[in-house]
Unconditional design. Structure first.
Length: 208
């Protein structure tokens, strides 16, 4: 799995400079609006995993103690520039793999991820790491694109997924809500934002 992680990391490093331009159509279609939804109730000590180029920084709530991580040096470099431009002095940016988070157990009030678990090589391992670092009464908030349960749409997503993974590194047919449950979470809110392909999910840890 480490080799797979290295392949995906290098892929994101290569496209880091073009990433925002590449995703701008999707941001205009709704991603940008939905990012704000993720941070509406976030406070306290917060971990954002997969910070990428820092797209969520515009929505960070005032007063929150935010640590943001990503496994791609190229992405972190761009996010750091954005952090400085926004004057976010209290934000900590770190190079870190979500599958091996370098934090103690029960540290964060919230974890946040937006369109991340499509790219994590072992998504359940990454989700278990979120579970571990969350406080017992904490919440994990997700904005994810997932496999459609519509038979035709799901079949098409399965069919073209190898091509998407090979060129971009993201899986378009992950059942992330199911993976969240497998990692020991209870889903307390699940909202479809674009058909059943883009979901807003709030979960809390229930197994220790």
């Amino acid at each position: 799995m480490k080799d797979r992680t290295d392949v995906i990391r290098k892929r994101y490093d290569r496209i880091a400079g073009l990433y925002n331009a590449f995703e701008s159509p999707m941001e205009a279609l709704g991603f940008q609006k939905w990012r704000g939804l993720v941070f509406e109730k976030v406070n306290g000590k917060v971990l954002e995993v997969g910070v990428g180029t820092g797209k969520n920084m515009d929505y960070y709530p005032e007063g929150a103690d935010i640590t943001a991580v990503d496994f791609s040096p190229g992405m972190i470099e761009i996010a750091e520039k954005k952090r400085r431009n926004l004057g976010l002095k209290d934000i900590t940016l770190s190079l870190m793999d979500i599958e091996n988070l370098e934090f103690e157990d029960n540290v964060f009030d919230f974890t946040v991820s937006t369109f991340v678990f499509c790219s994590v090589p072992d998504p359940i391992k990454g989700l278990k790491e979120l579970h571990r670092v969350l406080k017992r009464d904490g919440q994990a908030i997700f904005l994810e694109h997932v496999r459609s349960e519509n038979p035709l749409a799901g079949f098409i997503m399965d069919l073209i997924n190898p091509l998407v993974v090979g060129t971009y590194g993201a899986n378009i047919n992950r059942r992330t809500a199911d993976n969240i449950k497998k990692a020991g979470f209870e889903i307390v809110e699940e909202k479809n934002l674009a058909s059943d392909i883009v979901k807003f999910i709030v979960a809390r840890p229930v197994k220790r």
